[in-house]
Ligand binder design. Structure first.
Ligand code: GSH
Length: 198
């Protein structure tokens, strides 16, 4: 495994977990302060240009919490995640998702006080990087993980659909628009988004 890392970054969290797991890996320092995250090679790994990233064979994982979840599952026997089916799974997911989706934006915005947010320190970077990442993560056919529709489509596709409806994603590419169309064509989607219900 290759861990793309910098000591002054969120990658210390993933480094910490790798250390707890006592697992062998290669540490690749990406000096984002010197712009090493902006090379085409690194953007291939993470179109967001963010660290950390973990490459395990063919598998590329970005986002601190996703990397931690992946490692916990890969080394399930080490006990860093409650087993599938355990009632603790609910609390576990909450601890994983709440920091990135709620705490980080809240703390970042409350620091602003009229100043502009720095794309280098804000986890969400900027619109341009997000659009490139959405493009890279959107499947050209079928679903996020291939032929099987999964929760990845419900969460990721559902967010894209929401963003289109609210005009946040004003000019989606044909690839994104096609994916959202496939999402909207699902009978369960239609049932739960039935306008007559309101
Ligand atoms: N949501 C991402 C955020 C990662 C992030 O913002 N990393 C910063 C360092 S702490 C970074 O790579 N900044 C470089 C840049 O955006 O140019 C995660 O949790 O992994």
């Amino acid at each position: 495994m290759k861990h793309y890392y910098h000591p002054m970054s969120r990658a210390v969290t993933t480094d910490w977990l790798l250390t707890e797991l006592e697992t062998e890996h290669e540490r690749v320092v990406v000096d984002f302060l010197a712009g090493e995250n902006n090379t085409p090679e690194y953007r291939q790994i993470n179109p967001m240009g963010k660290i950390p990233a973990l490459v395990d064979g063919d598998v590329v994982i970005t986002e601190t919490a996703a990397i931690c979840a992946y490692l916990a599952d890969k080394f399930l026997e080490k006990g860093f995640a409650p087993p599938l089916g355990s009632s603790q799974r609910g609390a576990y997911y909450r601890y994983l998702f709440y920091p990135g989706s709620v705490l980080e934006p809240m703390f970042t915005f409350q620091q602003l006080d009229g100043a502009e947010v720095s794309p280098q320190s804000a986890g969400w970077g900027d619109l341009e990087r997000c659009l490139a990442t959405i493009e890279a993560m959107t499947p050209e056919t079928e679903w996020a993980l291939g032929s099987q529709f999964t929760v990845a489509d419900v969460v990721f596709g559902g967010t894209l659909d929401f963003a289109m409806q609210f005009g946040w994603l004003a000019s989606p590419s044909a690839r994104v628009a096609g994916y959202v169309r496939r999402i909207k064509d699902r009978p369960a989607y239609r049932q739960s988004h039935d306008p007559s219900w309101h």
